[in-house]
Design a binder for this molecule. Structure first.
Ligand SMILES: [Zn+2]
Length: 92
């Protein structure tokens, strides 16, 4: 459960969430107004590479075929991707 501040109601509310393309839209349950878009929670296993030698493959697929690549990726990726790779590798 998440709480978001509704500027109209001037209180923390539990938003009504709906899928909207790449984001999740949060609306206020009281005044029904749009509050903001939230980044989608990404499942590490389903994350698809958009660069490099395994473009279009998910991290889980890469884990099955080239574990060493994931280790390399973990060392070189940007923090957001690195976090996902760490989950696949079982790092804390
Ligand atoms: Zn509201």
């Amino acid at each position: 459960m998440i709480l978001i501040h509704c500027p109209k109601c001037e209180q923390e509310v539990e938003p009504i969430l709906s899928e909207s393309g790449k984001h999740t839209r949060a609306d206020c349950p009281i005044c029904k107004r749009y509050i903001k878009f939230l980044p989608k929670e990404i499942n590490a296993k389903d994350y698809k590479m958009h660069y490099g030698k395994y473009v279009g493959k998910t991290l889980e697929e890469i884990n099955n075929i080239d574990y060493d690549y994931l280790i390399w990726l973990h060392d070189t990726a940007k923090p957001r991707l690195q976090e996902l790779v760490a989950k696949i590798l079982g790092y804390k």
